[in-house]
Design a protein around this ligand. Structure first.
Ligand SMILES: [Zn+2]
Ligand SMILES: [Zn+2]
Length: 581
């Protein structure tokens, strides 16, 4: 459950915070505390202790507002890793993700993503038309992008499923609306309505405003289409309810009802969130569900209670994960602080993203785009640890267990690409350090990139073409990162000599520098020499650097120039400093 789910809650939770967490110290329930280097093993132990039926069902879910973003992958990927561990242990596993799309739209999102993942502001779509749909289920709202999907809800769910494929997770996205419309939810709804007094009593321990008139079932008004709460049972045998369209509260404002009174079937409405979640567990036979901290203190305790005491089922094994922040700020659809999976995959290999979610779920982390170089460095170290190349026992234990799950995705055949089993990740692979790949991103010429990487010893002389090709793939991503962050690597080496206007002192200083480079000095020495030459020729240091930047980047500023020249082909640098080509 992602936190976007919360809008459908009726009121704040008043129940006690749950102590139920499963993480690296899970397994307490069984009395056997086997040490696991990978948290997913500990969770899998707990799931096995339930003695589950096959297939084991792992669930997640979200209410489809705004943009499907990286935050949703907390539970998609964490559920996936637990699923993979269980599959390895010989179980059949079904991973589902519900699009809780009969939830009413309560607030217009600030940003949306079109079918090609272009993120647009609300003002770029017909916000007026969208605004007329407040209070209606997402699947009853027209697609804001025209006719690419049948509804707002379907548009969102389709994007989310596509993003899951990009990180090699074969997740089955289920539409809540379909579960209601098809009648599949009816047994759960009946059980809750048959035991409505118990249902109210249980819920009242967690939520204020649950009185004798409270209905766990809401109806989509046949006149105006909003999800209305004023519902009474008419004939449970027949499966009908009576309702009056009196409007709903959405956050701090009221959505007015049309006043219509009518009858509806159990397929024409939805359970309130507090009941819908445990009803999903019952209907789908959920064995395991990860969710964010907000739910641990909110709808999990009531859901667990409702599962046991109203629906008479065993609730799934829970796992609370810590939220990660994005660039130091909380993830927020409404504030627009989100990043999508396709955006991230322009900057990182899918396995690096999978690695991020393979880390301990109990630890709060920041996904800092400006410091993605650190995340990639950590992944590279984790990978080296798997191959026994790092002297760190704890990391090596974690990597030995988790790395195969991180690199070997189960990309569905439909995606047209193949995932790579761990056996195919060769020990002779070359991972260019991300910041070095960013330096290579400053030059466009492939041969020059290879040569620079060889000069620095990153590509061994005997490396095969496929190894080189794999290694260079990171350069494009590092280049995209430099451009996105407009950081110290966001420069382009000019292949042709730019037009430069130099005075006599600058020309002789550059000639001297060319001689110094030609003599075989390294980058650090070249950097130092630029300062000396500025002084020797009576130039401002900044002016001499600016002349160099003009020559190499056609800009007046750039990266550490001496070091950069040290990475390049020597004869190219000498020629360029002499303004010969
Ligand atoms: Zn669409
Ligand atoms: Zn109405």
């Amino acid at each position: 459950m992602s936190s976007e789910q919360t809008p459908d809650q009726d009121a704040d939770a008043t129940g006690p915070p749950s102590g139920s967490t499963a993480g690296s110290d899970a397994g307490d329930g069984g009395g056997e505390d086997e040490f696991h280097a990978f948290w997913a093993d500990a969770v899998a132990d707990e799931v096995e202790e339930r003695d589950p039926n096959e297939p084991i069902v792992i669930k997640g879910g979200v209410s489809p507002s705004g943009i499907p973003h990286l935050g949703h992958f907390n539970e998609i990927l964490r559920g996936h890793f637990v699923g993979e561990v269980l599959r390895e242990r010989g179980h059949e596993v079904r991973q589902v993700f519900t699009s809780d799309d009969r939830d009413p739209l309560r607030k217009l999102p600030r940003r949306l993503a079109d079918a090609d993942w272009n993120v647009v502001e609300l003002g770029d779509v017909d916000a007026g038309a969208l605004g007329k749909n407040l209070g209606k289920p997402y699947t009853a709202i027209p697609d804001p992008f025209g006719d690419c999907h049948d509804s707002y809800g379907e548009h969102f769910a389709d994007l989310l499923a596509g993003a899951a494929e990009l990180v090699d997770v074969p997740v089955e996205v289920l539409s809540n609306t379909e579960l209601y419309q098809s009648g599949e939810f009816e047994p759960e709804i009946r059980t809750i309505l048959e035991n409505v007094d118990t249902a109210r009593e249980v819920l009242s321990e967690y939520q204020d405003s649950v009185d004798a008139g409270y209905s766990p079932f809401r109806v989509v008004c046949e006149e105006c289409g909003i999800v209305t709460t004023d519902v009474t049972v008419a004939d449970l045998e027949e499966g009908t309810v009576a309702y009056e369209c009196t409007g709903i509260t959405a956050g701090d404002r009221e959505i007015e009802g049309c006043g219509h009174s009518g009858e509806a079937t159990l397929r024409d409405g939805k359970l309130s969130w507090r009941f819908e979640w445990p009803a999903q567990w019952s209907l789908l036979g959920v064995d395991f569900e990860p969710f964010g901290k907000d739910h641990a203190e909110g709808s999990w305790p009531s859901g667990e209670d409702i599962a046991r005491n109203v629906l008479d089922i065993q609730p799934p094994v829970p796992m609370t994960y810590e939220w990660f922040t994005l660039n130091g700020e909380p993830l927020s659809s409404s504030a627009g602080n989100v990043v999508t999976v396709p955006e991230v995959l322009e900057l990182l290999e899918p396995e690096v993203l999978r690695y991020f979610f393979a880390l301990d779920p109990n630890k709060a982390r920041d996904f800092d785009i400006s410091r993605l170089d650190q995340l990639v460095d950590d992944f590279d170290r984790f990978e080296r640890a798997y191959f026994g190349e790092v002297d760190d026992e704890e990391l090596t234990r974690f990597a030995e267990r988790a790395y195969p799950f991180v690199v070997a995705g189960r990309r569905p055949a439909a995606s047209g690409t193949e995932s790579r089993p761990v056996e195919e990740v060769k020990e002779d692979r070359v991972r260019l350090p991300y910041t070095f790949a960013s330096v290579l991103g400053m030059v466009e010429d492939r041969d020059l990139r290879v040569q620079m990487a060889r000069n620095e010893g990153h590509i061994p002389e005997d490396a095969g073409e496929d190894v080189i090709e794999d290694a260079l793939a990171r350069v494009e991503r590092a280049r995209a990162w430099a451009e996105r962050c407009d950081n110290a690597y966001n420069y382009r080496l000019q292949t042709d000599l730019p037009e430069v206007d130099l005075d006599e002192a600058e020309r002789t200083a550059l000639d001297d520098l060319a001689d110094f480079v030609a003599a075989g000095n390294d980058g650090e020495a070249i950097q130092g020499r630029i300062y000396e030459l500025a002084e020797e020729h009576g130039l401002e240091t900044g002016d001499l650097f600016a002349a160099g930047y003009k020559l190499f980047f056609d800009k007046t500023q750039g990266p550490r120039l001496g070091e950069f020249m040290g990475e390049l082909d020597r004869s190219f640098v000498v020629e360029r400093l002499r303004r010969e080509g």
